[in-house]
Design a protein around this ligand. Structure first.
Ligand SMILES: NC(=O)c1ccc[n+]([C@@H]2O[C@H](COP(=O)([O-])OP(=O)(O)OC[C@H]3O[C@@H](n4cnc5c(N)ncnc54)[C@H](OP(=O)(O)O)[C@@H]3O)[C@@H](O)[C@H]2O)c1
Length: 349
């Protein structure tokens, strides 16, 4: 027997927007939900807005201490961008749960996780991305959302990751039970595994209201030709792909294509799986970081991703509340324009 979702799930996009407005009002934040155009909800930094830093080189910049607070941007309301197929406004920074949420109850790592969700929701975020591939993560999310004080605040995305129509249906049914989510907001075909079989099911399930949106996901440029073919041949609400300051291959074809076709983009692996921060995160921040409202390298990397107008949402993975606080701060304040993004990439290398 399928467990019913104890949270009231919102199927109508307009009702969902209204509910999020009310939630954010109750948090006392200024609203950024008005309007569905990119410019209205996500102010990009125009070249005229970018003052030339007096001390642009990394070597000249002051050393940054170990961060304990997310900086000034954290107090601001998170930007949203519209899901093209519905116009529902989606907060731009979400949460990835690979590794971080694959933890057992009773452990210190598990006790950390309510703080991760609180940081996400308090900042106006909502997107939580998971998969049956991520061990216990779906079950953990379901448990914690049930206990959460913001039960209606989540946009729950998961995936189907198996072969055959029958096993896919079985797995997605299990995901609904684990996540205690009915409907699931977004169901994605993980790494395009047996995508022809699952896409038929997802279309049926969307009709039946078991899922609200459907999409596909991948994590490597070698799969982009196949992703592109699926995007062109089928009506998708979302595509999820890897995009970061040193993995920019999606800019060539997939991001413009998604914008042309009206497909929302979720950017995964914004920190290259964590390696970018491990390798470079101890360097001093350049002077221009503060002009973007960034007080950490994590925020710089996330703002680089969000600076691409085709990206709807970025989902940094974490199991640490202080990292979630850090990451959500990238969802507010100025975003880099094209010129600034090129400069960021040049200085990163
Ligand atoms: N094929 C697919 O569908 C696919 C593939 C890959 C990823 N994804 C999704 O995308 C999400 C993101 O990708 P990812 O988790 O692989 O990689 P990622 O987001 O690039 O990096 C995650 C790593 O960064 C660390 N981190 C996060 N915030 C930090 C901060 N503010 N400061 C320092 N370190 C920080 C995390 O460690 P802590 O836990 O210690 O914070 C973790 O080790 C996944 O969780 C998953 O939901 C989907």
């Amino acid at each position: 027997m399928q467990s019913q979702h104890k949270r009231p799930r919102v199927q109508d996009p307009e009702a969902h927007r209204m509910r999020r407005r009310a939630t954010l009002r109750s948090l006392g934040g200024a609203l950024a939900l008005a309007g569905h155009n990119y410019a209205a909800s996500s102010p990009a930094m125009h070249s005229s807005d970018v003052r030339q830093p007096a001390a642009p080189s990394l070597a000249q910049a002051a050393a940054q201490p170990e961060r304990t607070d997310p900086g000034p941007a954290a107090a601001m309301t998170m930007h949203t961008r519209p899901i093209p197929s519905s116009s529902q406004a989606l907060p731009v920074v979400g949460l990835g749960t690979y590794v971080g949420f694959d933890v057992e109850p009773g452990t210190a790592a598990y006790r950390e996780l309510p703080g991760v969700l609180k940081a996400l929701f308090d900042a106006g975020g909502s997107v939580i991305d998971s998969s049956p591939m991520y061990g216990r993560a779906e079950t953990t999310i379901g448990e914690l959302l049930e206990e959460s004080r913001e039960p209606d605040g989540a946009f729950v995305a998961t995936k189907v990751w198996t072969s055959s129509r029958e096993r896919g249906i079985e797995q997605m049914t299990q995901s609904m039970q684990r996540l205690k989510a009915k409907p699931i907001d977004l169901m994605q075909i993980h790494n395009l595994v047996d995508w022809r079989a699952h896409l038929l099911t997802l279309k049926e399930w969307k009709e039946l209201g078991r899922i609200r949106y459907l999409g596909v996901s991948h994590y490597t440029p070698s799969a982009y030709p196949q992703l592109e073919a699926v995007m062109r041949e089928h009506t998708l609400d979302f595509v999820q792909l890897n995009y970061s300051i040193d993995e920019r291959e999606a800019e060539a074809r997939l991001l413009p294509l998604a914008a042309d076709l009206g497909i929302a983009v979720i950017a995964n692996r914004p920190f290259g799986g964590g390696g970018l921060l491990r390798r470079h995160g101890q360097r001093p921040l350049p002077a221009w970081a503060s002009e973007l409202g960034c007080s950490s390298w994590a925020q710089v990397l996330l703002k680089f991703v969000l600076g691409h107008p085709a990206v709807t949402c970025v989902i940094p993975g974490t199991g640490k509340a202080r990292h979630m606080l850090d990451n959500v701060a990238a969802g507010s304040g100025p975003l880099p324009d094209l010129a600034m993004r090129e400069r960021m990439a040049a200085e990163w290398l």
